[in-house]
Write a protein that binds this ligand. Structure first.
Ligand code: SF4
Length: 476
C-alpha cells in the first residue's frame, strides 16, 4: 500500500514554490498526497522564521499535528529549521529537522516515513552556487504556478533573518528555469509567477530577469507572467517597458517600502529614501496606467517615533496600493536590529500595526472602486462560498462574476460594475464584481487540479478532523 503524505506551508511565496516541488518528489516516489496532515504517514512542514509570530505558529502547528496523531512521521524543513535547531528539538515527537541547504533533496533524506527516537538533524551552511531543480512543482490549489528562479539575499537589511536562513543571493540556471516553465504550461498552467527572495538580482551568467521574461514570452500557451515581491532598487527599466507592451508580463508590482521615514530606512539599511520610493512609484504609474501595486511595511522598528510613524502612514496613504502587508516588528536574533536601542513598546507597535492595517484596507477598497467600468481580462480559478466564479485580472484585482458556465482556468473579459465584501461571516474577501462580456476559450484542464479533486474526494471518505491551521501566503 502506498504511503500517504501531507504538506503544510508557512511564510512566503518561495516556500509555496518549494512545497510544490516536495509534492512532486514524493508523488513520483509513489506516495499519495492527502489534505489532512494528522491522517498522513508523513507530514512535511515548510517553516518560516521571519517573525516571532511565524516561529510560534510553526511550533503550534507541529504540536497540534503530533497531538492529533502521535504516529505521524513529521518533518520541519526550511528557514526555521535552519536557524533554530535547539528550539525545534524540544518538541517531543518531531522526527526530522532539515535546513534550507538540504530541503530540496527531502525525498532522498526521508526514504521511509518512520518515527525516530530523536530528531534527525540535517543542516549545513547554505550553498553559494547557481542551482538547478530536478523536478517541476506540482500545484493542486491555484491555476497559477510559481517558478523559483532565485534564492537567498545579499542585501542584509537589519531587520531581516533571511540572509541567515537562506544564505547569499544566487540564481537558478536560466535554461533549467525555462524547462520547468514549459513543463508547467504543458500541465495546463496559463500563469506563472517568477519567484525568489530577491528576484530583481537574478543573473545567470549575464542573463537577467528581463531576459527571463522575454524567454517566457515565447512559450506557447503561457498567457501571463507575474513578478513576485521585488526590491525597489532592483527593478530594471526593461521590466516596466514589458508591462506596457502587449506581452505576457502583468502590470503588477509588489514593492516593499518598509518605512516612510528616512532615518528609520537608514537604520533598516534600506537602499532608498522615502522620496526616492515615492518618485519611482509616480514614474511607474505614469508609464503603466492602472498598474496594480502592493507593498510590505513594518510597524515599530527601533527608533520609529510618532513623527516617523506618521510619515509612514502618510506615504502609504498617498499611494494607491491594492495590497499592503503590515508586519509588527519583532527583533530576530542574528539580525543587525537585534538589541538596537530605542525599541518601541509592544502596545504601541500593536496600535500602529492596527492603524496601518486600516489604512491599507481603505486603500485597497479605493483601488477596487477605481476599477468601476473598466474592462478586465480575468483568469478564473474557482467558485467562492457564494457560488460566484472568481479569478484575477492582469493587475491583480480579484474579480467575481455570477454565471452557470464553468470558467475554471478560462480567460474572460469582464466589465467591472461594483465591489463586494469583505464579509468575515461568509469568509469572502473584497472582490470587484462585474458582468461577463466575452469568454475567450474553452479552458485548459489542469493536471494538478485533478490531483486536488481526487484528494478532496478521498479526504471526504476518510473523514479526518481538520488540523485547524491554514497554509500561508497571499498575493502574487
Ligand atoms: S532585501 Fe532585505 S528584506 Fe529583502 S530578503 Fe534581502 S535582506 Fe531581507
Amino acid at each position: 500500500m502506498a504511503y500517504t503524505f501531507a504538506l503544510e506551508t508557512l511564510g512566503c511565496r518561495l516556500n509555496q514554490a518549494e512545497t510544490a516541488v516536495f509534492a512532486r518528489q514524493f508523488v513520483t516516489r509513489g506516495y499519495r498526497l492527502i489534505e489532512k496532515s494528522a491522517a498522513a504517514d508523513l507530514c512535511i512542514i515548510n517553516t518560516c522564521t521571519l517573525t516571532h509570530q511565524a516561529t510560534s505558529k510553526c511550533r503550534r502547528l507541529i504540536r497540534s499535528i503530533i497531538r492529533r496523531n502521535p504516529s505521524v512521521c513529521i518533518a520541519a524543513v526550511g528557514c526555521y529549521a535552519q536557524v533554530a535547531i535547539d528550539e525545534l528539538k524540544t518538541i517531543e515527537g518531531l522526527d526530522y529537522i532539515i535546513g534550507t541547504a538540504d530541503k530540496m533533496r527531502l525525498a532522498e533524506i526521508i526514504t521511509t516515513p518512520v518515527k525516530q527516537p530523536t530528531p534527525v538533524v540535517v543542516t549545513r551552511r547554505a550553498a553559494r552556487e547557481h542551482f538547478t531543480i530536478d523536478v517541476p512543482g506540482l500545484y493542486t490549489e491555484h491555476t497559477r504556478a510559481n517558478l523559483k528562479v532565485q534564492e537567498g539575499c545579499s542585501f542584509v537589511c537589519s531587520f531581516c533573518i533571511v540572509p541567515k536562513s537562506r544564505g547569499p543571493a544566487r540564481s537558478r540556471d536560466f535554461d533549467d528555469a525555462i524547462r520547468e516553465a514549459r513543463l508547467l504550461v504543458a500541465e495546463g498552467h496559463r500563469e506563472i509567477v517568477i519567484t525568489g527572495i530577491n528576484v530583481g538580482t537574478y543573473n545567470d551568467r549575464g542573463r537577467t530577469l528581463v531576459d527571463m521574461v522575454d524567454a517566457l514570452d515565447t512559450i506557447d500557451g503561457l498567457e501571463r507572467v507575474r513578478l513576485s515581491s521585488i526590491e525597489p532598487t532592483t527593478i530594471h527599466k526593461g521590466l516596466i517597458d514589458r508591462m506596457r507592451q502587449d506581452g505576457t508580463l502583468c502590470p503588477y508590482l509588489h514593492i516593499p517600502v518598509q518605512s516612510g521615514d528616512d532615518s528609520v530606512l537608514k537604520r533598516m539599511r534600506r537602499r532608498y529614501t522615502a522620496a526616492e520610493f515615492a518618485k519611482f512609484i509616480n514614474d511607474v504609474r505614469s508609464r503603466v496606467p492602472n498598474i496594480g501595486l502592493g507593498t510590505d511595511v513594518i510597524a515599530g522598528f527601533p527608533g520609529e517615533d510618532g513623527v516617523a510613524f506618521e510619515k509612514t502612514k502618510q506615504l502609504i496613504d498617498g499611494i494607491p496600493f491594492a495590497n499592503t502587508h503590515v508586519f509588527s516588528f519583532s527583533a530576530r536574533k542574528g539580525t543587525g536590529a537585534y538589541g538596537e536601542p530605542d525599541s518601541v513598546p509592544g502596545d504601541v507597535i500593536a496600535e500602529r500595526s492596527k492603524i496601518l492595517h486600516r489604512v491599507g484596507n481603505a486603500k485597497k477598497k479605493e483601488f477596487y472602486r477605481d476599477q468601476y467600468d473598466a474592462l478586465h481580462r480575468v483568469l478564473f480559478e474557482e467558485r467562492d462560498a457564494l457560488g460566484r466564479w472568481v479569478g484575477f485580472s492582469d493587475n491583480y484585482v480579484k474579480v467575481a462574476v455570477r454565471t452557470s458556465d464553468d470558467l475554471s482556468n478560462r480567460l474572460a473579459l469582464v466589465r467591472v460594475n461594483g465591489v463586494s465584501g469583505p464579509d468575515a461571516a461568509r469568509r469572502t474577501p473584497l472582490v470587484a464584481t462585474g458582468d461577463l462580456v466575452d469568454v475567450e476559450d474553452a479552458g485548459v484542464p489542469l493536471a494538478g487540479r485533478a490531483d486536488r479533486d481526487m484528494m478532496a474526494e478521498r479526504t471526504r471518505v476518510e473523514k479526518q478532523p481538520p488540523t485547524g491551521e491554514r497554509s500561508a501566503g497571499s498575493g502574487p
